[in-house]
Write a protein that binds this ligand. Sequence first.
Ligand SMILES: *Cc1c(COP(=O)(O)O)cnc(C)c1O
Length: 416
Amino acid sequence: MHPHRRPLADVDSAVFDSIQKEEARQENNLELIASENIASTAVREAMMSVFTDKYAEGYPGRRYYGGCENADVVEQLAIDRLKALYGAGFANVQPHSGAQANMAVYHAFLKPGDRLMGLSLPEGGHLTHGSPVAFSGQMYEILPYGLKDDETIDYDAMRKLAIEAKPKMIVSGASAYSRNIDFEFFNKVAKEVGAMHMVDMAHYSGLIAGGAYPNPVPHADVVTSTTHKSLRGPRGGFILYSNEELDKPIRMSVFPGLQGGPLMHVIAAKAVAFGLCLQPEWKDYAAQIVANAKALAAELTAQGLRIVSGGTDSHLMLVDLRPYGVNGKIAQNALDHANITTNKNSIPNDPEKPFVTSGIRLGTPAVTTRGMKEAEMVEIAGYIAEVLRAPDDEAVVAQVKQKVIDLTNRFSLNAV
Ligand SMILES: *Cc1c(COP(=O)(O)O)cnc(C)c1O
């Protein structure tokens, strides 16, 4: 064997070991982090391919490097599949991440100091929608909108703010908002005040691909997304739009504006993931994710916890833990010990600090990938309630952990 072809286990046992352990962790834990999923073997195979070696600055057919004929084919496949999936006129599959897709759109159309409206971070928005700790909040003048008393988006107040402030861009989309978003209304308001409307569908894009959540593409100037959340692809981002006038600014903003060479191995994996989303079975997967989230929310409610806004229309939910007298930090930690992986998350008007919180965010894309259905969601809600009723009771936590391992064994990812 050429020394260059020695397997990882021989070359670097330390890294090999941590990969083995991560594989075991994923196998034996219930992954309920709403932004995570479990990529398929085909996606990972494309991602670990020789395309990692290739420089392909530019776009298909117009590269700054030689030898790009195969890169051209694979990037064009990704573009064509993505356009077909969402019914968009143009697609850019080069952003390295969701944050970079957003940054590319802002960089294309906003100047420093321009006004940007987005859902506030503590009410479900994303860092890239104008948080003061992120580039978006430091570079632009941010006008956040928020939620009503019923914990759904305050559309009237958002419109009023837009009319007053005349922002250059309105961003809709969220990271911790469980309900349908009225993208059409956002678009009307944007048009009314002469703003661009950008939808960041990072969390919902897999559901949208399967018809299980409203498609924002007809109601936005630009749509951005990640590829690794409900979409179940490799880590990455993309941008969609249909107006030809936006094409040059967006292309130039991604490359050479913000990025150098595209990650061709990741783009190959994106092409695979988009291809899987175009299969008829994807609709069943997307519908099951939402059915599972509704079942999980209903049973947690039955167990005495409160779901923010009263329920979910999507893959995720925020759980208000105050009825049990525990905070998010304690809950996340105790659930971790029972092999249930979640993240603490602020709830609307949270009295606790962001590092403590009164809530956890749960999502069903990963457990649905394993094949779990409503019956398992009821079971999982029971385990969560058991742990959160006695987060300090090591015996209870250990018992739940054993039941979780039995459940993950029944839905093994390694079953052949
Ligand atoms: C996850 C997320 C992003 C950022 O994606 P990264 O790939 O982590 O940079 C952007 N916007 C929203 C709404 C998200 O939920």
